[in-house]
Design a protein around this ligand. Sequence first.
Ligand code: E4P
Length: 218
Amino acid sequence: MKFFVDTANVDEIRELADMGMLDGVTTNPSLINKAGKDFIETITEICKIVDGPVSAEVAATDYETMMKEGEKLATIADNVCVKVPLTPAGLKVGKNLVDNGQEINVTLCFSAAQALLAAKIGATYVSPFIGRLDDIGQEGMQLIRDINTIYSSYDRINTQVLAASVRGAQHVVQAALAGADVVTVPPAVLHQMFKHPLTDNGLEKFVSDWKATGQSIL
Ligand code: E4P
């Protein structure tokens, strides 16, 4: 499973990229707002740090404007993946971009029916939002399982399932078990994935026992 990080914070992206953890990045208008920097400059900078796909989302909701935005975003770098919303206009934009050889990520997917539509236009990624479904009392992970079952039944579907709106390390594990191709995680969740109390306790004991030997490796 590939790991994308879900943030527009360049410092956090650089740190995780240096750790060898990143296959790509996803951003959205809320994350751009949180980062507080110029959108185009931010995406340009992220594309230089990460080799993999960097999702940059259109901001408009009408076809004409979204199309212009998508075309502009696509010129930023070769690894930009244009993100479009799962609406009729969004998918129309997505289809045009795909036909021009552009990678796209269809966002705000909350049902298997919607995921079928994303596959129909040949989307590179579809992003089902697990956490937001959990928030309204549905089981987000069941959607990942359903989409994976459907997509796996058809050789012609190449759309990758990108598990999004991830709230914890357990979501990442469950998404992997459900067969997601990619998971996009907030930086805090990626850091959380390193954590286990037995790792901390075990390391503490190894450090103190090593000291007691009085030896040095170097
Ligand atoms: C996906 O690409 C979205 O940016 C993201 O995962 C949304 O997650 P949220 O529900 O935490 O905002």
